[in-house]
Design a protein around this ligand. Structure first.
Ligand code: GLA
Length: 340
């Protein structure tokens, strides 16, 4: 096997090669491609010790280029939506490119998910990718130098993001990994159970732009503080993680009764978008001929709140010139609920 080694995954239309790195640690392994810095596979043991690939991905680069679901990709410069595709910084208005009606989604039509990242360093269980986003790209001020380091260790996939800008800008990076803990091609996640460590959320309008309010989940379908089956519900909202203090705190738990696999998401970021794959219909054929449709996977996108530059009560995603952006998110895997 070529663990820690790179192979060519495909070629961009302009001939630029896209590589894949395979990482392993104990019983966990994953594949990362340089197109979009995307997680292409993530294999963890089920309750019987059998390997299960829990991440959606494609067999060909062409399928990645054809889809519009952000499958597995790193999202930037601003994860999720910016309402009206504009924001103000230091008294200046910045128009952004729109790609979700009048709004700006996941960094714009040519966000970080559409770029070919460079491999800067790699070992058996870790890879650091980098991207240079020029001043003005998609409308954002400042040249942003970004790295994302994926590391497999202690039953977890950890992603550390770092960035630095030549001018004050916005920076909100996340992973758009899609998970299905019963296996990536196993169909609906409705039997999965979920828990979010969040007593509050940010209500949004019909275009998923936050109203600016921060409300209690109590007595609403947003109350996922107790582990519960998803059933027929669908979500695409941002929750406010309890106990955010810039250290790694538990944000979410997902569990598959089929395989016994659970995934705990921990993050240093203040928010988490729980998205139940509502727009997955129309996805190209997945790995090994798998069909990925509506509710066929979930995402837990750790983030600054959507549209934060337009809401002064939300934690700020502004990155000052000279400052280093750093955030960390870890997905920890085990089976059933062992204590101690
Ligand atoms: C995020 C958004 C969703 C959707 C997906 C991509 O999760 O919140 O509304 O845009 O990305 O399809």
């Amino acid at each position: 096997m070529n663990e820690g080694k790179k192979t060519v995954f495909g070629y961009m239309p302009d001939g630029v090669p896209v590589e894949e790195v395979l990482l392993t640690d104990g019983a966990i392994s994953c594949g990362i491609i340089t197109y979009g810095g995307a997680l292409r596979s993530l294999t963890v043991p089920d309750r019987n010790g059998q390997p299960v690939d829990v991440a959606l991905g494609f067999d060909t680069l062409e399928a990645y280029l054809a889809q519009d679901k952000y499958i597995g990709a790193i999202i930037g410069r601003y994860a999720n939506r910016i309402g009206g595709s504009r924001f103000a910084l230091d008294g200046k208005e910045y128009p952004l490119r729109s790609n979700d009606g009048a709004n700006h989604l996941h960094g714009g039509p040519e966000g970080f998910d559409k770029q070919v990242w460079r491999i800067r360093a790699q070992t058996r269980n870790s890879v650091t990718l980098s991207l240079n986003s020029p001043d003005g790209q998609e409308g954002y001020p400042g040249t942003l130098d970004v790295t994302a380091t994926y590391t497999l260790a202690d039953r977890a996939l950890e992603i550390v993001y770092q960035a630095k800008s030549s001018r004050t800008t916005l920076c909100n990076l996340t992973s758009h990994a899609y998970f299905n803990l019963s296996g990536h091609g196993s169909g609906s996640i409705e039997s999965h159970q979920f828990r979010l460590s969040a007593s509050r959320y940010t209500p949004a309008d019909e275009n998923l732009i936050p109203t600016g309010a921060i409300e209690s989940v109590k007595g609403t379908p947003m109350d996922l503080r107790q582990l519960q089956p998803l059933g027929a519900r669908e979500y695409d909202h941002n929750w406010v993680i309890d106990g955010w203090n810039s250290a790694l705190v538990p944000a979410a738990l997902a569990w598959s009764p089929d395989t016994g696999i659970y995934m705990e998401t921990l993050t240093t970021l203040p928010g988490i978008q729980f998205y139940t794959g509502n727009f997955l219909d129309g996805c190209p054929e997945g790995k090994g001929g798998a069909a990925y449709g509506r509710h066929g996977a979930f995402c837990l996108e750790t983030q600054y709140f959507p549209d934060s530059p337009n809401h002064s009560r939300f934690p700020s995603a502004v990155l000052q010139v000279g400052e280093i952006y750093e955030s960390k998110t870890a997905y920890y895997f085990d089976t059933e609920f062992k204590t101690g």
